[in-house]
Every structure is written in C-alpha cells, then in structure tokens.
Design a protein around this ligand. Structure first.
Ligand SMILES: [Zn+2]
Length: 436
C-alpha cells in the first residue's frame, strides 16, 4: 500500500505545467501499475498524456465508475514565499503547486480506490472502478479530456464521472450553519472567448492627433461594454441554491434568500460585493487583454485588439449574447471573432444512485453533514462528459479555509494532510456503498 503523503510529495516535485505532463504522468502511472491496477494509455506525449488505471481491465466491459483528475498545473506565481514545487511538509500542511489542484485531489481518489482493494473482495463487483488522469485541463487543449472522449469513450464505458468541484461550503460563507454543507456541482457555466479587432485607415506619426484612430475607438467601445451592468438571470439551479442557503439565515436575510426573484432589487445590491456569488446569477464579461500593432510610442497603431473572457449561464443563447455585445460596443468596424467555446453542458440529475451514495458517503465521513447541488462558475473537464449525456459530479469532499482556497492558482498552494485522508475516506465509503 502506498504512503500517500510521500507519493503526493514526489508527484508535486515533478513540475507539470500544462503541455508538459509526461514526466509527472509516468510517475503516477507507475504507482498505479505497482499497486495492481490495469493501465490503458490514451496518448503518451506531452500535451496529450492520458491514462486510465482500473480495478478490472477495460476489456471486462463493466460499467465504469470514473474518478477524473488532471496531471497539469498552472505555472508558479511570482510572489511565492516557498519553492513552488517543493512538496515540503510543515506542521501537517503540504506545500507546492498542485497540492490541491489537482494532484492532491487525484491522490484522494487513488488512495480511496487502493484502500477499498485492500480490504474488500471486489471479484463480484458489478462495476469497474477507474482513475482517469488527463493532460491540460487548465488550458483546455485538444489533447486532454476531449481527445479521450473522442477516441476512447466506448472503451472507457463511464457510467458516472466524478471530478473537480466545490469543497465544504459553510467555512466559506456567512450564515448560521449548524452542520457542514458540502457542495456537489451538477453543471458549470459555458466558456466563450472572444477577440475584438478594429482596423482604421489612420496610421502615422503620434504628433498629429487624428479625429479618430483604432486605439481611441476601441477603448471607447470597451468602456461602454465593461461599464454595462450585468443582468441578473434566475434559473432553476441558482434559485434553488439561494433558497437552500436561505434556510441557514435568520430574519429578513432568510426571507430575501428564500425568495430571490421577488426580492431581486435588495438581493442584487447585497450580492454586488460578492463576485463569487454574483457570478452564479450573471453572464460575466472580463476584459483580459488589450494590444495593438504598434510597439513605439510616437507611431499610431492601425489595428487594435482586445480579448474577452465571457462565462455564460448554462441556458444562455450564444447568438443573442453576441448580438448584445455588438450592440453595446456600438461600433460597426469592430470585428468579433469567437476564439473558443465550451460544449453544450446539460445539468446532471441529482436524483441518481451515484449522487445519493455520494451524499451518504459524505455523511458517513462527516457526521450530520448535508449536500447541496450547485452551479460552478468555472469551466472544467466534467462538462465534456455531461455533453455526452454521462452523469458527472464535481466535488472535493474536504474542509477548506478561505486561505487554502485562495492558494489554488495563487501563492503557496497548500493542503492540510488530514484532508488527504478524509477526502480519500469519502471515496472509499462511496465505493463501498456502490458495490454492496
Ligand atoms: Zn484543476
């Protein structure tokens, strides 16, 4: 049986920034091989390194319970106090890029599976159990999960997929919570990346200011777009979320949360200061880049570009959204190009045996806790499975403090080691219930 702390430490110590997954992937695959899992390779080069590690060979054809994780990490940040890939353990906390996202999460899954294999006779299991590790989730490149789905979905035969999602919620939210509440995501927002391009005839020396020129016009149009108030859109999932949260508040706040549509004006003004909650109710537009074709200060650019990272609520009509953007920019000459869009992503049903057993497994592990289905504001690999009609649930069934959550993609990413064991315990308990 593995020493999960040491394995995580070693796994963190092999840097695997998106597109460079092979070395870290080989390491993890070898751990799986030497612990009697069957390996199926779905690509073995950087940027396209994916493998399944299963209790039974995939050729058994059993319906497969798949635990999904990604090998890649985001680059180190510039202001970290510690070595970014150190894997150092201090006072029960492990540090380094990937310690949560997603190497720590992967080892919770693997340790849960291996613990089950060690103390349970699985020979009659109706299900196969698989850990699926993929490349470049963070950049959503084509060699990762989408490659696996396009080429190996039948072989993998997933009946359900578990992957990245929210941790316990009450430590991150205000309210009068008596018991822990774990979020299980059943859908995420849609991604829409746009590039705006504006070309004007005027180009020349900066000493004579033309009436209009590319940079000036584009900035003015972007000002119209970014200052536009986001419209609040209620759908079944976000309405239910706020109603569920309402039961943990008292008095007026409870009233407002339980009836979000009715109290929309009060509700929205309260949420403006909480972008992470506000994003559950709105289509967001973030201006991430502005650039032009002039690199010198005294030469006017003839072309200016901007990029927008838009995240849309699941039922948003993309055409209508683009029309709204065009109208708000209010400049006929700006060309809008769609750089990337995520596949259509239908909510997974929270009434399945998988969701129910996950809830029970969380309750086995954390006494008196409950679960709540939620919409995730950020896109992840589960959407690609939902697009194929396969139920996919997102969870990281552990307690995180706010600073731990903020360390993901931030400075000094770290994970409390006891979370490594309790997260694994949830997966173990889940699998026990599934094979009973
Ligand atoms: Zn991740």
């Amino acid at each position: 049986m593995i020493n999960v702390e040491t394995v995580l430490q070693q796994y963190i110590q092999i840097p695997s920034v998106s597109g460079q997954e092979k070395a870290a992937g080989d390491f993890l695959k070898n751990i799986c091989l030497s612990n009697d899992l069957y390996i199926a390779d779905f690509g073995d080069k950087d940027g396209q390194y994916n493998f399944a590690a299963s209790v039974f060979p995939l050729s058994s054809g059993k319906p497969n319970i798949v635990f999904l994780n990604h090998i890649d990490v985001v680059p180190e940040s510039k202001s970290e106090a510690r070595e970014p890939f150190s894997g150092t353990i201090e006072n029960g906390v492990i540090y380094g890029r990937g310690s949560i996202d997603n190497k720590g999460a992967a080892l919770m899954q693997l340790y849960g599976i291996l613990s089950l294999m060690q103390d349970t006779d699985l020979s009659k299991s109706p299900y196969n159990i698989t850990m699926l590790s993929v490349s470049c989730e963070e950049t959503q490149c084509s060699g990762g999960v989408s490659y696996v789905i396009e080429n190996h979905i039948n072989e993998l035969n997933p009946t359900v997929v578990f992957g990245e999602g929210p941790s316990e919620l009450t430590t991150l939210m205000e309210g009068d919570f008596k018991h822990p509440v774990f979020g299980i995501s059943i859908i995420h927002k849609k991604l829409l990346w746009l590039e705006l391009e504006l070309e004007t005839k005027t180009s020349g020396h900066g000493a004579v200011t033309p009436v209009t020129y590319a940079n000036k016009e584009l900035v003015a149009a972007l000002e119209r777009l970014t200052s536009k108030k986001a419209k609040i859109v209620f759908n079944d999932i976000n309405t239910k979320f706020f109603k569920d949260i309402g039961q943990y508040h008292k008095g007026a706040k409870k009233m407002v949360l339980k009836h979000p549509r009715f109290f929309k004006p009060i509700f929205s003004s309260q949420l403006k200061t909480r972008p992470e909650l506000f994003s559950l109710l709105t289509n967001t537009i973030t201006l991430t880049n502005i650039y032009s074709n002039s690199k010198v200060v005294n030469k006017l650019a003839s072309i200016a570009w901007a990029r927008l990272d838009c995240r849309l609520l699941p039922n948003t009509n993309e055409e209508e959204f683009l029309t709204m953007i065009k109208k708000t920019l209010d400049n006929e000459n700006i060309k809008i190009k769609v750089l990337k869009t995520s596949p259509k992503n239908k909510a997974s049903n929270p009434e399945t045996i998988y969701y129910k057993n996950l809830t029970l497994a969380i309750q086995d592990t954390y006494k008196k806790s409950t679960t709540m289905d939620i919409l995730m504001p950020n896109v992840n690999d589960l959407g690609a499975f939902r697009a194929k009609g396969i139920p996919a649930y997102g969870t990281l069934p552990v307690f995180f403090g706010l600073e731990e959550v903020r360390s993901v993609h931030g400075d000094d990413e770290h994970l409390h080691l006891n979370s490594l064991y309790s997260g694994a315990k949830v997966y173990y308990n889940f699998l026990r219930r599934m094979i009973q």
